[in-house]
Design a protein around this ligand. Structure first.
Ligand SMILES: [Fe+2]
Ligand SMILES: [Fe+2]
Length: 211
């Protein structure tokens, strides 16, 4: 088994951050659920959907950062494989959201480095607190992401099947990630932590829609 020094880990973390933040640096492992569907949108519809997809993309940047931060500090010997699988699926989500933004002639959020930094720190802290809290944090995050996705699906123009199929597959995956974390021993987080998480996610959704 190879031994990694602190510097190795720092370089690896930096590499992971760049892959999450630089547009086009992540590619999906699974086929885009939207496949070859055509979803023509009017100008204002496309603008609204781009705002929603930018928020979802930022959410996926946060998910990447959370899993990266957690992997750095958590032990998780029994669940590492499941957590790694979840992190790979999050990469798919990131790539699919980015693809849709490109199709809509829009861009990812300029604030993503801020969200990445915050989520990485929270993931790393949760990992230090212990695996059951770390897993609880994953479960709570996935639960909150799923609520956003359901809300966003309901806001899509009815003909936008491309976005709908992407968000529906993401929601299925997030619920599975939540269940995996709970089955692996994740505990309910204290109310102040849940409230803080909701507040940060509100701030993210309100700003990433526009910027
Ligand atoms: Fe995701
Ligand atoms: Fe997830």
């Amino acid at each position: 088994m190879r031994h990694y020094t602190g510097l190795d880990k720092m370089i690896h973390s930096f590499d992971q951050a760049l892959r999450s933040l630089v547009p086009g640096a992540t590619s999906a492992h699974r086929e885009n659920p939207a496949q070859n569907l055509d979803s023509p949108l009017g100008v204002s519809e496309a603008r609204h959907v781009a705002g929603l997809m930018r928020v979802n993309h930022s959410g996926e940047v946060c998910a990447q950062a959370l899993y990266h931060g957690q992997a750095l500090t958590a032990k998780l010997p029994n669940v590492k494989r499941e957590m790694q699988q979840a992190a790979i699926e999050e990469q798919d989500h990131l790539a699919w959201c980015e693809d849709r933004l490109v199709e809509l002639d829009s861009h990812t959020s300029l604030l993503n480095p801020v969200w990445y930094g915050l989520s990485f720190g929270m993931g790393a802290l949760a990992g230090i607190a212990g695996d059951k809290y770390s897993l609880g944090f994953v479960a709570e995050t996935e639960r909150q992401v799923s609520l956003h996705l359901v809300d966003h699906i309901s806001q899509l123009p009815p003909q936008d099947l491309r976005s709908k199929y992407i968000l529906e597959q993401m929601n299925l995956d997030e619920l599975h990630h939540r269940d995996t974390a709970l089955t692996a021993g994740g505990v309910d987080l204290a109310l102040p932590i849940r409230i803080t998480m909701t507040a940060i996610s509100k701030l993210m959704t309100k700003t990433s829609y526009y910027i």
